[in-house]
Design a protein around this ligand. Structure first.
Ligand code: AQP
Length: 345
């Protein structure tokens, strides 16, 4: 079956969105609105796989929604909503818990990284996180998923789950009227943001992350001009001037990261950036980077603040998006229940 192209992606309200989320995924999301039907979710069910203070979670959900809109997602053109308002995500995730194999989940590197040494104490939700992600996409029969590089393995798992469901229930799928026996599409990862992997400003070997305890490790989309400039100035570097060739960045993760950020924000390649700044000291380069980052990001921060002053409007946008999301996911879920053999009314 040829599925109509539909984009699905999401971000967790586990803190303030940062430059990595923006350059790794969101820039691509904004672009895809022009050509595709897009569904962008604030994945609050995913967020609680690690502890979230309930007093802060609703604010974080609104803040991520505000960041989506401030960065350029249009709630009229695209569907913007929070995951927990559409029950199909949790229902389909349970069915996928019974389709996916333990061996598949055991290979997931994100679980290993996030659970760390205290694996026994990690939540079952954190372990089953990729099954919920597969459900997020497939509840809408999503075909394209713009994400950063770190999500590639989870997308491969979503494809495996879709295929196993189609194989396991082939007879029932055909009986339900899908003559080719295919119910779910194989969602394609789109890893084409201007920088698929942005690293921490404090350690060029670790990815920039919302949950890094050091706020200096990331540029938040809600940071004002002073905070952005300060973080760029304090970013870890090495004592050498910038190289003139890209190959010279190879053993220098912090330099590589800052040049990559500059290139992505300027819409250039790293080679072009080095053409201009090769041989110069970091003090000069950081000044230029701070100016560029402030120009691109400070207006987004100001717009987030403006939107956050009116939570009722954000809640109304999420309610509208949830209703539109439900209208797509509920018929899919009804068919899934029939295929699996459940009685439903
Ligand atoms: N550093 C990054 N570089 C490029 N892309 C990134 N993404 C995240 N960090 C980077 C992309 O942003 C999207 C949403 O990510 P998420 O909110 O689901 O959570 P995450 O990937 O786990 O990001 P964080 O910031 O590290 O969150 P915490 O700290 O809560 O785990 C995804 O498309 C991701 O690829």
């Amino acid at each position: 079956m040829k599925f109509p192209e539909r984009v699905f992606s999401g971000m967790q309200p586990t803190g303030s969105l940062h430059l990595g989320n923006y350059l790794g995924a969101m820039v691509q999301w904004i672009e895809m609105q022009k050509t595709h039907e897009c569904i962008y979710c604030v994945v609050d069910l995913h967020a609680i796989t690690v502890w979230q203070d309930p007093a802060e979670l609703s604010d974080a959900i609104r803040r991520v929604t505000a960041a989506y809109i401030a960065a350029g997602l249009d709630p009229k053109r695209s569907i913007l909503f929070n995951q927990s308002q559409v029950s199909a995500h949790a229902e389909l995730a349970w069915i996928f818990n019974c389709v996916a194999r333990l061996g598949w989940l055991n290979r997931m590197t994100q679980f290993k990284e996030k659970a760390g040494k205290d694996r026994e104490n990690a939540s079952v939700g954190l372990y089953a996180y990729p099954n919920l992600m597969a459900a997020d996409i497939l509840a809408y029969r999503g075909t394209h998923v713009p994400v950063g590089e770190d999500q590639k393995q989870h997308l491969e798992l979503a494809r495996d789950i879709a295929q196993k469901f189609n194989n396991d229930f082939r007879k029932e799928i055909v009986a339900a009227g899908h003559d080719d026996g295919i119910f779910f599409p194989q969602p394609e990862p789109i890893i084409e943001g201007p920088a698929a992997r942005i690293m921490s400003l404090r350690d060029g070997t670790r990815k920039m992350s919302k949950s890094d305890p050091s706020d200096l490790s990331r540029i938040n989309l809600s940071d004002d001009a002073d905070a952005i400039a300060k973080k760029v100035q304090k970013a870890k570097t090495d004592p050498e001037p910038l190289p003139s060739e890209e190959a010279g960045l190879e053993p220098r993760p912090e330099a590589d990261n800052l040049v990559g950020i500059y290139a992505a924000l300027a819409g250039n390649t790293k080679a072009q950036v080095l053409c201009e700044y090769g041989g110069q000291q970091f003090s000069t380069f950081k000044k230029a980077l701070a100016e560029l980052a402030v120009t691109r990001l400070a207006p987004i921060g100001a717009e987030i603040d403006r939107l956050m002053a009116d939570p009722a409007t954000i809640d109304a946008i999420l309610a509208d998006g949830s209703a539109r999301a439900r209208a797509i996911a509920e018929p899919v879920m009804r068919e899934v229940k029939e295929i699996v053999g459940f009685i439903h009314s």
